[in-house]
Structure formats: structure tokens, C-alpha cells
Design a protein around this ligand. Structure first.
Ligand SMILES: C[S@@+](CC[C@H](N)C(=O)[O-])C[C@H]1O[C@@H](n2cnc3c(N)ncnc32)[C@H](O)[C@@H]1O
Length: 302
């Protein structure tokens, strides 16, 4: 069972084997822009061996579970985490799992623009390459994309265009500066998880390094399902960095492999999605930021 955030606050135990060593720092990369307008949290991030193992073993019903955990950073092993998951019947998380250290308004936290990148350049390049492989071709009539938790940058392939690319986020100045977007809106998803779009609108929904800030993820994922076209794809990507005080406690108390399972669980319990799949697209394990994808498509019948 996962520890509650307050219980593990001072709990230091061995690092989860195989997790990127930089995972205990929560700062964001400053690779291309200044971080001066950003809040910077060099706080330690706990990697709790006991939590990671017990958390994963709640879900995985296969003998290889422990070896997957132990080799979470071996190329290919993360990709297997969502295979053959024996999901519990009931949603396995508790309300406390979605609490944050800082429960003040997210709009206030994001009120100053941060024209920074939150992962390093190789991780961004890996994500952009992945998008290039799976996105509908640029300029396809009728195609619409939504970048949730967006900012001044969406990491889409250079020159990528569609009739409609919507950005949602919390800082208007950042969204206004995002050149790939054709429209944007500011909405706090932790206050209002309802997505203001018609059913079956989008071909692709992306969310980059931000799924860990959602305190009502099942509501949001159900909404994502509703607004995706049948067969439409939701792509959640994340690394091992975060605004520590704003990420949910189940995220800050677990490691990379667990995060894959957590996001997989969101798809599973929201319902109406194909079984989620995980991908480790880390460009240079151990030397640059890791990058993971958990993705799924809306069922044709949902
Ligand atoms: C770490 S930044 C990532 C921004 C962008 N996706 C990127 O890759 O650079 C986190 C983003 O999540 C968004 N976000 C955080 N909390 C949110 C909330 N409660 N509702 C909506 N968006 C939120 C913020 O607007 C912010 O841009």
C-alpha cells in the first residue's frame, strides 16, 4: 500500500533500483531559456523502495514483476510494465494520494509566465521524434489536436500544422506565445475538470510533464475520452522532474516505474480506452532526462 505523503516526508530508504539517479532532484532544465522567472525547488524527491514495490505488486499479477521493478531503467523493461496487468476491481487510490504539499490555487502558482523548458534538449528531441512518428500528417483536413497543460511550447514537430490545435493551461502569456496553437484557453483542471469541447472532437490529446499535477485525474481522463474521436489517441509523457509542491503525493512518493503504472491506471479506470501501453523513449539513459510515454486510444465503441 502506498504511504501517505506526510508519513513518508522524512522517510529515507534505499533508492528504487534502476531509477534515474537524478530523480531525487526536482529542478527543471534551463537548457534553452532563463529560469529567472520560475520557482526553483531543489528539494529532494523521495524514492521509496518499499512503496514502489508494494505499489506495483498491488497491480501486477505476473512472476516477472520484481525483475521489471529492479530493471526499470533497462531499455525495454518500462515498455512491459503495462502488459498483463491484473487491475483491481475498484480504483485503488485514496483521496490522500491526490493531495499536494501546496494546496493553494494553481492559478496563483502559475500566474507569472515561465519561458523555460522543463526537460533537457535530448528528452525534448526524443518526444518530438515520437510525435513525428505517431501524429497525423501535418495539414490534414479535419484533424484537431489538444495540448493539455500547455505552455509556450508543445514540442510538436517543426512546422507541424493542423486546422485546429488547441492549448489549455494556466498562464495566458505562455499560451499566447505558443506558435503551434491555433487557439488556447486558461482553465484550472483541478477546479473544473470538465473540458469545454463537443464529444468526438479531437484526433490526438497530448500532455507533457504535467499529468502529475492533476488531482482529479479520473474526471479529466473521462473527459478526454469523451472529446476524443473514436480511435483518437491520448499521449501522456513525463520525465522524473516536477514542481514538487504541486505534484500529487502518490507521484512524489514513488519512482518512474510506478508513475507508468499510475498513468496506466488512469486510462484503465476512466474506461472506454484500449489497454494503455508504456514506452521508454529516454534518449540517453543516465546522461539526459528520462522520457516515458503512456498512451492509449479511445475505443471505437466508447
Ligand atoms: C511543468 S509545466 C509543463 C508545460 C508544458 N507542457 C511543457 O512541456 O513545457 C506544467 C504545466 O501544467 C499546467 N498545469 C498545472 N496545473 C494545472 C491545473 N490545475 N490545471 C490546468 N493546467 C495545469 C500549467 O499550465 C503548466 O504549464
Amino acid at each position: 500500500m502506498a504511504n501517505r505523503f506526510p508519513n513518508i516526508l522524512h522517510h529515507r530508504v534505499p533508492i528504487l533500483a534502476g531509477v534515474h539517479p537524478n530523480a531525487c532532484f526536482t529542478h527543471f532544465s534551463t537548457s534553452s531559456k532563463s529560469l529567472s522567472s520560475s520557482r526553483y525547488y531543489p528539494a529532494r524527491r523521495r524514492l521509496v523502495f518499499g512503496v514502489g514495490v508494494s505499489f506495483l505488486s498491488q497491480f501486477i499479477n505476473m512472476s516477472a514483476a520484481n525483475s521489471i521493478i529492479a530493471s526499470a531503467r533497462t531499455k525495454g523493461s518500462v515498455d512491459q510494465i503495462l502488459e498483463n496487468v491484473d487491475w483491481p476491481e475498484q480504483f485503488p487510490f485514496r483521496d490522500e494520494d491526490f493531495q499536494r504539499f501546496d494546496e493553494s490555487s494553481d492559478l496563483v502558482f502559475y500566474e507569472s509566465p515561465r519561458f523555460v523548458t522543463h526537460i533537457d534538449d535530448p528528452a525534448i528531441a526524443a518526444l518530438t521524434k515520437y510525435y513525428q512518428e505517431v501524429f497525423p500528417p501535418s495539414n490534414t483536413t479535419g484533424v484537431a489536436l489538444l495540448d493539455m497543460c500547455s505552455s509556450w511550447i508543445s514540442h510538436y514537430p517543426p512546422g507541424y500544422k493542423q486546422e485546429r490545435i488547441v492549448g489549455m493551461g494556466l498562464n495566458e502569456e505562455e499560451l499566447k506565445a505558443n506558435k503551434v496553437l491555433t487557439e488556447y484557453l486558461v482553465q484550472d483542471l483541478n477546479v473544473n475538470p470538465k473540458l469545454p469541447f463537443e464529444d468526438n472532437t479531437f484526433d490526438v490529446i497530448t500532455n507533457v510533464v504535467s499529468v502529475d499535477y492533476l488531482t482529479k485525474p479520473i474526471e479529466v481522463f473521462k473527459e478526454m475520452r469523451r472529446i476524443l474521436k473514436p480511435g483518437g489517441k491520448a499521449i501522456m509523457s513525463f520525465s522524473n522532474r516536477c514542481f514538487f509542491t504541486k505534484a500529487i503525493s502518490i507521484w512524489t512518493s514513488t519512482g518512474d516505474a510506478d508513475h507508468v503504472m499510475i498513468v496506466g491506471a488512469y486510462f484503465h479506470y476512466a474506461g472506454g480506452f484500449e489497454p494503455p501501453q508504456a514506452l521508454d523513449i529516454s534518449p540517453n539513459p543516465g546522461r539526459s532526462d528520462p522520457m516515458y510515454i503512456v498512451h492509449s486510444s479511445k475505443l471505437a465503441t466508447a
